[in-house]
Every structure is written in structure tokens, then in C-alpha cells.
Ligand binder design. Structure first.
Ligand code: C2O
Ligand code: CU
Ligand code: CU
Length: 537
């Protein structure tokens, strides 16, 4: 999964889509990103969403809550100084969409408007469930990833709306400080709509976070990472399979990694602490991020690429118990990492953020001294471990990949079941369950549950064929606890290949129908997604 950055190796003439199973398709001429100047564009920041007045709360008509109106529309945006503007679809006039700044316990309303064109500009596969020829090709529904919202406001994949329509969603924000993100979730075309640019972030803050005195204001920045396959004229390419009737591909790998919408941006920083809210908004790429000194600024030997230390202070659903020192951050699709980077020792130097060996962006540390009264506290927020004894139910759930005679994936399922089959997972509101994710495939699948936050119990390698033939779980080696930077509240978990991954999940908030799925959007669309229902006790 998520192989090296193809065009980063240079000399690439055609865009190639390499699946893990060896499928390769060439298409329109792709951009060779090595021909572009690096660090000529300033890192942009998404605008902050502004409410348009207030409206009565659907929960209590006597209360009025901020009302936002956000429109999905076609936009153009320059991803690089030397490329023509790229066509995207976005929420609002910028891409990525605006950042919501909200506080825990302060609800708000959003009217999500579909003002998209009537034709899709990316290859819709009409053989995929929910995208049949009789369905409108342009549909959108917005899901707030990580939010505890009622089922009618969660963005159920079948609740899509067509151009000219809108949907009013209510977000109670009764949850801890965290960076959530909103994105399209329309059944069968989710991968295309998110790839087109339909996403943005949603910050919830609270008093616990405030009291920690973390870097804030202009010293706290979102870094939204997403790879795209760009043509030589800077337009989005979405790869297709060799079968024109069924263009779906099992994963994609772009030649350009965008940060907040720019390719190879730079950011001028002061020699002090910064807080970076990192989101992996890619369809299927996993990142391995590190910070190094630029070669021109390293020692005279030139070969020095020492990885610098930074701290992860939070994960998907909020702050970790304590900062975790890292030199490499692994981040799967849909995961968030809250980082503190201290530039104080790098006055007057240039640092680069890399994904594996490939440059993503540059930090230019100014040489003037900077005051810094912010803190990197030794302890952040307690995350008490949920005892396994609290679980009233353990579900064994398999992740399945199906291949054709040529060995190419044709479909993926959860527990061998299609999206449209009856609901089989019905946790009781207020109860805690253990979900045991059994992964016999060769891929890591980032599994996400809507509505809830959970803790990772462990990962353990096992013998796949014994489970497949006899439903016998034979483990190989000890159970591994979550990585220190996963030891907080999560909403997305890597289910690694040939491993059993266990999570413990309190089902609180609302009853109703939600979904769980793999967040590799190509998998999710083709049908690695299932409904589940929280039922009253
Ligand atoms: Cu990020 Cu079902 O979503
Ligand atoms: Cu979600
Ligand atoms: Cu997957």
C-alpha cells in the first residue's frame, strides 16, 4: 500500500497507477514534479469559517446557535507558482475548505449547500454500489469525521443531495477538544469527491486545552496533507483501471503532495515552539514524516540528514496523556496528529519536512531571537484506560479483499458482507464493546467508526489460514500495546496486515444508524463499509 512517490524518482513521462497487485495503467502525461522549483509558494492557511447570524437550536428552540452556510462548488486554485490554476471542487471559495473554530459544549448549525456542476469531472464507476447509471453522477453529503452528532446530521452515505439542494446539520459539540474534519461521504463516489477537494477541518477547543498554555494564535497552524496526481498542465488526474466499464482502482498514489493546497510550500517561522495540527486527508497514502536540516545548511560533509526530534501531543480525538518524542510520524488516511515543534535551536536555518525520502515543505527559521511564553507541559490530559472487563460484547470482524484471476483486487468487504445487507452490529447505547479486527490481507486498513471514540487495546500477529478455514485464532508472538502516540482517544485505527487489532469502544451519545469503514477511500467505495446501529438499552 502507498508505495514511493512515483514521479519523485524523476523522468516519469506518464502517470502510472501501480496497485499492490501489479496493475498498471498509463494515462494523460503526468507532471514531473522534479522540474518544478521548490519552496516558491508561501504555505496558505484555510480561512476561518464565519457564521451568518444565528438560528434556533433544533435541540431547544429557546436557544439560538451560530448558523453557517457552506457551499460545495467548483473552484480553481494555483497549487504552484509555475503551474496554471487547477480545477477543484471545494467547500467555499478556497481549497481546502474553511476551518471551523468552535468550543466544546457550544453547538452550531451548518447548512451544507450543493452548488456543484451537474457533471462529474472524475471517472465515476457505474458498476459500484450506489453509483449505478440511474443515479445522478453529482451528489454530495457531508460527514463530520470525529463528531458526536445525531444520525440525521452525521452524513449517512445514502443521504446525498443533488446540485441545487442543501441539508441543515446540527453539531452539538459535546466532546473534548480535538481537530475533526468534514468531508464528502456520498455512496459510491466518496473517493472522487474528496479527491476533487471536498474537505476541511473543524477545531473544537476547551478549557482543559486552554489551561495547558500550548502555542496558539499565529503559532498554531493546520497542515492538511493530501497527494494528487497532476497532469503537466496542473490538472487533477484520477487513475483508471484497464476496463473502461469499471474504472475503479484499489488505491491511488499521487505525484504531488499538497500541504494546505500548495506543492512544496515554505513557511517562515520564528525560533520558538509551534503547534501543528496535521491531518492526513489523502485517499490512500500513508505518510512517514520527518524533519531534517536542508542539505545546504547541514555540515560540510553534505551527507548529514539527521532527523530532528519533535513531540506529538494529541491524536484523532484530542490530547495524549503526555507528549511523545518522535523523529518519524506515521500517519494513516484520516488520522490526525497534534504536534509541537521547537525551532529555537535552529535560528537562521532551513528545515524540510519529508515523507520518506521526498521533500514535502520547508520551514525557514528566522535568525532574530523570539520570545516564547508557551509551554510543552510534561503531562497533558489523563486518558484512563478502559478495563476490558467493562466490555459486554466482543465482536470478531474480518477485513476481506477479493481478487480476480489476474490477482487484481475487485472488491473489499467487512466481515464478508456488502453495504446493502441487513445491519449485524447493534451495540446498546451506553455499553462498551471490544471490536476485534482480523486482517488476513496484505494491506494496512485504517478502520474508522462514526459517532464514537475508542482506545486501542493491542495488535497481535496470527495465522490467517487457520482462522479462514477453522475460525481458530492462533497467535504468533505477544500482543503489542498501541504505540505511545496512539495511546489516547482514537477514531481511526490502523489494522495492520496479518494482525488482529483490538479496540475498546464505549457507544455513547445517540441511538441510530451510523457507519464504520476502511478510510482508504477506494476501499470504502467498493464496499469496505458497513452500517451499524446504536440501539436503546
Ligand atoms: Cu472520515 Cu466515514 O469518515
Ligand atoms: Cu467519521
Ligand atoms: Cu482498506
Amino acid at each position: 500500500m502507498a508505495a514511493g512517490l512515483a514521479a519523485g524518482k524523476g523522468g516519469l513521462m506518464n502517470a502510472m497507477s501501480h496497485s499492490s497487485m501489479g496493475q498498471a495503467v498509463s494515462m494523460a502525461p503526468a507532471l514531473d514534479v522534479n522540474t518544478l522549483a521548490q519552496f516558491v509558494d508561501l504555505l496558505p492557511l484555510p480561512p476561518i469559517a464565519k457564521p451568518q447570524g444565528s438560528r434556533p437550536s433544533p435541540a431547544d428552540a429557546k436557544l439560538s446557535v451560530p448558523f453557517y452556510r457552506i457551499q460545495a462548488q467548483a473552484v480553481t486554485s494555483k497549487v504552484h507558482r509555475d503551474l496554471p490554476p487547477t480545477e477543484f471542487w471545494s467547500f467555499g471559495s478556497s481549497t481546502p475548505g474553511p476551518t471551523f473554530e468552535t468550543r466544546s459544549g457550544e453547538p452550531l448549525l451548518v447548512e451544507w449547500v450543493n452548488a456543484l456542476p451537474h457533471q462529474h469531472f472524475l471517472p465515476v464507476d457505474h458498476t459500484i454500489h450506489g453509483a449505478e447509471p440511474d443515479k445522478p453522477t453529482v451528489r454530495t453529503v457531508v460527514h463530520m469525521h470525529g463528531a458526536k452528532a445525531g444520525p440525521e446530521s452525521d452524513g449517512y452515505p445514502d443521504d446525498w443531495i443533488v446540485p441545487g439542494k442543501s441539508a441543515l446539520y446540527y453539531y452539538p459539540n459535546q466532546q473534548d477538544a480535538a481537530m475533526l474534519w468534514y468531508h464528502d461521504h456520498a455512496i459510491g463516489i466518496n473517493r472522487l469527491n474528496v479527491y476533487a477537494g471536498l474537505f476541511g477541518t473543524f477545531l473544537i477547543r476547551d478549557g482543559v486545552e486552554d489551561a495547558l498554555n500550548l502555542p496558539k494564535g499565529k503559532y498554531e497552524l493546520p497542515l492538511l496533507l493530501y497527494d494528487r496526481l497532476l497532469t503537466r498542465d496542473g490538472q487533477l488526474l484520477y487513475p483508471v483501471s484497464p476496463d473502461p466499464k469499471s474504472p475503479w482502482v484499489p488505491e491511488i498514489s499521487g505525484n504531488a503532495i499538497l500541504v494546505n493546497g500548495k506543492l512544496f510550500p515554505y513557511l517562515e517561522v520564528e525560533p520558538r515552539k509551534y503547534r501543528f495540527r496535521v491531518l492526513n486527508a489523502s485517499n490512500s497514502r500513508f505518510y512517514h514524516l520527518s524533519l531534517t536540516e536542508s542539505p545546504s545548511h547541514s555540515s560540510t560533509t553534505g551527507a548529514q540528514t539527521k532527523e530532528l526530534e519533535f513531540h506529538q501531543i494529541g491524536t484523532d480525538q484530542g490530547l495524549l496523556p503526555a507528549p511523545v518524542p518522535l523523529t518519524t510520524l506515521e500517519i494513516a488516511p484520516a488520522e490526525r496528529a497534534d504536534l509541537v515543534v521547537d525551532f529555537s535551536e535552529y535560528r537562521g536555518t532551513h528545515l524540510v519536512l519529508k515523507n520518506d525520502a521526498f521533500v514535502v515543505m520547508q520551514f525557514r527559521v528566522s535568525s532574530a531571537k523570539a520570545a516564547d511564553s508557551s509551554a510543552l507541559p510534561r503531562e497533558l490530559v489523563p486518558v484512563p484506560k478502559i478495563p476490558e472487563s467493562q466490555a459486554v460484547q466482543t465482536r470478531l470482524l474480518t477485513l476481506n479483499e477479493y481478487v480476480n484471476k489476474a490477482g487484481n483486487p475487485v472488491m473489499l468487504l467487512l466481515n464478508g458482507m456488502h453495504w446493502g445487507e441487513p445491519i449485524t452490529e447493534k451495540p446498546v447505547l451506553g455499553s462498551t464493546e471490544i471490536w476485534t479486527l482480523i486482517n488476513p490481507t496484505n494491506d494496512s486498513h485504517p478502520i474508522h467508526l462514526h459517532l464514537v471514540r475508542f482506545q486501542i487495546l493491542d495488535r497481535q500477529s496470527y495465522v490467517p489460514w487457520l482462522f479462514q478455514t477453522k475460525r481458530q485464532l492462533q497467535f504468533l508472538g505477544p500482543a503489542q500495546p498501541p504505540e505511545p502516540n496512539e495511546a489516547g482517544w482514537k477514531d481511526t485505527v490502523r489494522a495492520d496486515p496479518h494482525m488482529v487489532t483490538r479496540i475498546i469502544v464505549p457507544f455513547t451519545g445517540f441511538t441510530g444508524r451510523y457507519v464504520w469503514h476502511c478510510h482508504i477511500l477506494e476501499h470504502e467505495d467498493n464496499e469496505m463499509m458497513r452500517p451499524y446501529e446504536v440501539v436503546a438499552g
